[in-house]
Design a protein around this ligand. Structure first.
Ligand code: NAP
Length: 547
């Protein structure tokens, strides 16, 4: 095998595994592959390690899953030596952590930065992919892993004149490395999803003025972040095994205590008292620790939304602004809810204004600012907090499978997968963390998928095979499970980006795994027990396998 870390010749570089993306998933895949003896490398489009946590460096970007539940659990030593400062770490700390992991496990030498993949073509004879990257290199990879994430292609709405703006503009998902100076600036923020609601309060104290352009309000609740105390640090270390077991097995991948109480056991007054407790509890526990019937009881979610509307009215002093901030088009959990600190409070500043775009849409952007149906405002900076084209990245890196079929053509009506790991017609391509995999705390699900992939690769190696592809029947069955479970998901097909609804012209298809982690585990276990019978394992001619 060629050691890619020191490769200097200009010919194609042969590797066992080429991983695309140096985010949380890609780094873990690299670690596992190298541990198993594979000659593996990562190609990363960005100029640094971290994936999402490299690109999304806008003010107050931070985890909204608890730091220690989102981080790696594969090494007790790593877990013990890294002390998260807060329950929900901020982006700089997360980026430091991922760089530490790269150094700690000797991964950095096997990561090429500024190397965006432009094409990856399967060769039916050799069973390998020929991969080209923007930096001019060519690779021959026996296995290709797209660890490209689901929220990695920033979306800019096509608003007339967008490109004419002469001031500074930034997308939250493409934030520059040098800090943006908001001091004394007139700032527009477009979008009030998780990114927008984190950013708005973070810069409200600096800006001269801020106008937030909100197309649809979201149900934003407090993150309730705080530093991790010394006592909690000790407990986190002492309880590692229990914590790991819970995170490795729980459906949500969180540590939150699920409630076993049904809403019907309480009066409305008692329910509102419980909602108050949830309001003051951390992050996603508003969902995961809510009543046991929360996800099956729409009137209960309507009542929770009524409680939240009351909260918004109590925080925002101007009743007209409060009313605009209360969602009318969806109830809690029909869209992925954001968690933030001080978002609603920011509107109590006289220099922070809300524009409800459904009443007063943006008509155009000019060199100087933004025009709506109500008037024109000048800005120095426009922030696009307008989200992402979910699970798109792997469809635009030129992947071609059997008979030269492009992945983006095969998936023109939406992704079709087995276990959210592989697709028939694309042998030796794996995509942990892609569509149909996760349903809750992402790194936990993505890790489950990588562990399974490594078992599958080891099995193939032991059986003397090197071309791995799910059977069409297995893929059809998994797709059937996804489609059948989708109606039970709380997310709205019309409004949630999990269905692709934020992208004009994108097929509406639930892109998560609505059956959840339990079913993912069940199907993986059945596959293991059957000797991976839902995969076709075959061999390329011995002399065709790249050296
Ligand atoms: P998002 O949730 O998709 O929000 C995008 C925002 O842009 C929405 O308010 C949307 O309005 C608005 N928008 C879209 N098209 C528009 C248009 N044509 N005109 C005006 N407004 C438009 O994106 P995001 O806030 O970047 O968050 C995406 C996901 O990233 C989150 O759901 C979460 O999974 C992840 N994230 C996580 C964290 C964290 O704390 N860990 C932080 C940030 C993001 P509509 O609602 O009307 O479509």
């Amino acid at each position: 095998m060629i050691d890619t870390a020191v490769h200097t010749t200009s010919g194609p570089i042969g590797v066992d595994m080429l991983i695309v993306g140096a985010g949380i998933t890609g780094l873990y895949q690299l670690y596992r592959a190298r541990q198993a003896g594979f000659n593996a490398i990562i190609l990363e489009a960005g100029g640094g390690i971290g994936g999402t946590w490299y690109w999304n460096r806008y003010p107050e970007a931070r985890f909204d899953s608890e730091s220690y539940t989102y981080a790696y659990l594969f090494s007790k030593e790593l877990y013990d030596e890294w002390r998260w400062s807060e329950h929900f770490a901020g982006q700089p700390e997360i980026e430091r952590y991922l760089n530490h992991v790269a150094d700690r496990f000797d991964l950095r030498a096997h990561i090429r930065l500024n190397a965006r993949v432009t094409s990856a073509v399967f060769n039916e004879t050799t069973g390998a992919y020929t991969v080209q990257s923007e930096d001019g290199a060519t690779y021959i990879a026996r296995f290709l892993v797209a660890a490209t994430g689901v929220l990695s292609v920033p979306f800019f709405p096509s608003i007339p004149g967008r490109e004419n703006f002469a001031g500074q503009s930034y997308h939250t998902g493409l934030w520059p490395a040098a800090p943006v100076d908001f001091k004394g600036k007139r700032v527009a923020v477009i979008g009030t999803g998780s990114s927008g609601v984190q950013l708005v309060p973070a810069i409200a104290g600096d800006v001269a003025s801020m106008t937030v352009y909100q197309r649809s309000p979201n149900w934003c609740t407090p993150l309730n972040n705080r530093p991790i105390t010394e006592e909690e640090q000790r407990a986190l270390r002492a309880d590692f095994e229990t914590i790991k077991k819970t995170l490795d097995t729980s459906i949500s991948g969180f540590l939150h205590e699920p409630s076993n109480r049904s809403s019907s056991e309480d009066s409305k007054e008692e329910r509102f008292a419980f909602f108050e407790t949830l309001w003051n509890s951390p992050g996603f526990s508003k969902m995961t620790s809510n009543y046991a019937d929360f996800f099956f009881n729409r009137p209960l979610r309507e009542e929770f939304s009524e409680f939240l509307a009351g909260k918004i009215r109590s925080i925002v002093k101007d009743p007209g602004t409060a009313d605009k901030l209360i969602p009318k088009d969806h109830i809690y959990a029909e869209k992925r809810p954001p968690y933030a600190t001080g978002f609603y409070e920011a509107f109590n500043n006289s220099h922070v204004k809300l524009v409800a775009m459904k009443e007063t849409p943006i008509t155009r952007i000019t060199a100087k600012g933004i025009e709506t149906t109500e008037g024109f405002e000048e800005f120095d900076i426009i922030v696009w907090a307008t989200g992402f084209d979910f699970a798109r990245a792997m469809q635009r890196m030129g992947i071609r499978g059997r008979r030269g079929v492009a992945l983006q053509d095969a998936w023109k009506d939406g992704p079709s997968t087995f276990l959210g790991i592989q697709a028939a017609g694309f042998p030796n391509l794996f995509f942990p963390g892609g569509p149909h995999g996760a349903a809750a705390n992402n790194p936990r699900y993505n890790g489950d998928q990588i562990d399974f992939i490594m078992e599958l690769l080891t099995h193939a190696e032991q059986s003397g095979t090197n071309i791995i592809e799910p059977t069409q029947a297995a893929e059809d069955e998994w797709n059937h499970i996804m489609v059948s479970a989708a109606p039970y998901s709380p997310f709205s097909p019309e409004l949630s980006y999990y269905y692709g609804s934020n992208i004009p012209g994108k097929p509406r298809k639930l892109l998560l795994n609505p059956a959840g982690r339990g079913v993912l585990f069940d199907v993986m276990n059945a596959s293991r027990q059957s000797g991976f019978a839902n995969f076709t394992l075959s061999s390329a001619a011995a002399d065709a396998v790249p050296a």
